[in-house]
Design a protein around this ligand. Structure first.
Ligand SMILES: CC(C)(COP(=O)(O)OP(=O)(O)OC[C@H]1O[C@@H](n2cnc3c(N)ncnc32)[C@H](O)[C@@H]1OP(=O)(O)O)[C@@H](O)C(=O)NCCC(=O)NCCS
Length: 214
């Protein structure tokens, strides 16, 4: 199996929409994509942006090179990370800005136009998506995602696995609870508890999420 992986490149786990942006970002960094793996047998032997999709994710056990999970869904992303003990890459698009003193965790990606300001902390396997802003002193925990053009004002905490939807705004000093979802375009003006979905301006909780990690 190792023979078919381009040595020195980054393996992408998952072959959906998010993985395409991951591949593009790796290339923008002038790095190489080593291979793509996905558990969907219908994809095996097909190509993703010119790279063969080689087979199921479990074939990566024991792979020594760098890898990244190209799956947008936080629950799935976490389940893949829990399954595989790999060396996770951190990928920062050259047309983004990350304050040089900000620690970024392993497996985290900053897409084009993403901004991470001073004294923020960004955990492991986080997605700061296209044009998203993480302002000063924010804490963005493991497996969370700040979707395209979303804005975290200063000193916001986004707990583990939470998702802040496209174009949403979270006002300063607030917390988005673990595994909660902020709908696209919402404005969060109060803390959100864990495991809820909230939408609108101002954001209101519309449901509790059940099939997510505790
Ligand atoms: C919030 C969201 C997750 C809800 O999905 P869902 O749980 O499947 O909920 P539903 O689609 O059943 O919608 C439930 C209700 O919320 C409303 N709603 C859904 N999304 C909304 C949004 N973003 N803003 C305002 N209202 C919204 C629906 O109209 C519906 O209202 P109703 O009960 O009066 O008919 C989804 O609509 C959303 O905004 N996703 C984010 C998309 C995004 O940012 N993608 C970026 C990917 S990188």
């Amino acid at each position: 199996m190792e023979d078919s992986i381009n040595p020195g490149g980054i393996v992408v786990v998952g072959a959906g929409g998010h993985s395409r942006v991951i591949v593009s970002t790796i290339r923008a960094c002038r790095d190489k994509v080593a291979a793509v793996f996905d558990d969907d047998p219908r994809l095996w032997g097909k190509k993703l942006m010119g790279i063969p999709i080689q087979g199921p994710v479990d074939r990566l056990h024991g792979h020594a090179g760098r890898a990244i999970v190209g799956i947008g869904d936080a629950t799935l992303r976490k389940s893949v990370v829990d399954r595989l003990n790999l060396r996770w890459a951190t990928i920062i698009h050259p047309h983004s800005f990350v304050d040089p003193a900000v620690p970024l965790g392993e497996g985290t990606v900053i897409f084009a136009g993403g901004i991470v300001q001073p004294e923020a902390k960004v955990g492991n396997h986080v997605i700061v998506n296209t044009g998203a802003t993480v302002d000063h002193n924010c804490i963005v925990e493991d497996f969370s995602q700040i979707a395209p053009n979303a804005t975290l004002c200063g000193n916001v905490s986004v707990r583990q696995g939470a998702f802040v939807g496209a174009g949403a705004v979270v006002l300063e000093n607030l917390t988005v609870g673990a595994w909660s979802i902020v709908g696209a375009g919402a404005t969060v003006i109060r803390d959100l508890p864990p495991h809820v979905t909230a939408v609108g301006c101002p954001a209101q909780v519309i449901k509790t999420r059940t099939s997510v990690p505790s």
